[in-house]
Design a protein around this ligand. Structure first.
Ligand code: COA
Ligand code: ZN
Length: 302
């Protein structure tokens, strides 16, 4: 089997993870969570988002979270932005790494950010230019890249077109997101193989949710297609308030466990991750969906 030596995991728990939690998680708890993640070996994370506080109240404390965390200079803290206003707010708050989001499907994008896909892309083109002039890092998420909760299957040609267009604009990273966790491994292999065939040098990341329990299988398929970067979320937190039915992201600790078992390095320490899950779980008033933290027998063997 074709496997890389190293894989990079980008932690999205503090953003994608928490944005879907019904109860407001106190700012100091979010700060504690990020400070604990700082100690796990994770080198990149989405820390928060500058979205409208009425639409996503959980993220209303973006500024306070960023001010409160111990920013480790060796870690990249990114903030998601949905539009120009989000960009302005992020920059005002000293963010240097921006995570832009556009849905491949119009129906999702309209629900998510109240713009069509093309409107979002056009508005973001000036954001990309300004951000590049300022020397910011730009990550561009293509949401609903496989399946839309409102329109169903998404045409891969359309996603490939978006990748071409976004890559031409000179962003640093493109994230292909299975926002509702509906992709299957064959589709994943096919799409990523086609992307790399056209853009062999692009920095491509895969983002899987685990709605149908296929996220780890999708990671395996993506590895076969040469993907070496994945978004994951501690405890399997996650979901999108505008994508009904979507379960959490694939759990960071589950992915680290699988990769460790296969001899693939991530630089992330499983025991410190488990300490984070223990901190985070009580904040959610539910049992988190990740598998590894529940299996004490295995944990004792690591
Ligand atoms: N943050 C805070 N306020 C914002 C904002 C942002 N990113 N974008 C717009 N606003 C404010 C405007 O300043 C304006 O305020 P005013 O009424 O005081 O003048 C008001 O919101 C309306 O502006 P408009 O551009 O018409 O926004 P909208 O109502 O069309 O909402 C979004 C657009 C993107 C802000 C909103 O849909 C949103 O926050 N979506 C969240 C998406 C998300 O987080 N999804 C999950 C992650 S993918
Ligand atoms: Zn997601």
């Amino acid at each position: 089997m074709k496997l890389p030596k190293k894989v990079e995991l980008i932690e999205v728990g503090p953003r994608d993870g928490l944005q879907n939690e019904a109860n407001f998680i106190p700012t100091e708890k979010k700060i504690e969570m990020i400070n604990a993640l700082n100690k796990t070996g994770i080198k990149r994370m989405e820390a928060t988002s500058f979205v409208h506080p009425v639409y996503v109240p959980q993220m209303k404390d973006a500024k306070e979270v960023l001010e409160g965390i111990e920013q480790d200079p060796s870690i990249q803290y990114m903030a998601l932005i949905p539009n120009e206003k989000g960009f302005e707010r992020a920059v005002e708050n000293g963010v240097r790494s921006l995570s832009l989001v556009v849905g491949a499907s119009d129906s999702f994008n309209l629900k998510n950010v109240k713009m069509t896909r093309d409107e979002s892309i056009n508005k973001f083109s000036s954001v990309v230019e300004k951000a590049k002039e300022m020397g910011n890092f730009l990550r561009y998420n293509i949401a609903t890249a496989f399946w839309c909760p409102y329109e169903g299957s998404v045409d891969s040609e359309l996603v490939l077109d978006m990748v071409r267009q976004i890559d031409r604009s000179g962003v640093d990273e493109i994230v292909i997101c299975d926002t509702i966790g509906r992709a299957n491994p064959a589709q994943v292999f096919d799409l990523f193989s086609r992307i790399f065939k056209e853009q062999p040098n692009a920095l491509i990341t895969a983002h899987f949710h685990d709605t149908y329990g296929l996220a780890q299988a999708n990671i395996m398929a993506a590895l076969q297609a040469d993907v070496t970067r994945f978004d994951t979320s501690i405890g399997g937190l996650g979901g999108c308030p505008f994508a009904p039915g979507a379960a959490g992201n694939v759990a960071t600790e589950d992915v680290v466990f699988m990769l460790n078992e296969m001899g693939i390095e991530t630089g992330i320490d499983l025991s410190s991750l488990l300490a984070c899950v223990e901190k985070v779980e009580p904040l959610t008033n539910r049992e988190l969906t990740g598998h590894f933290h529940k299996i004490k027998v295995v944990q004792n063997q690591i």
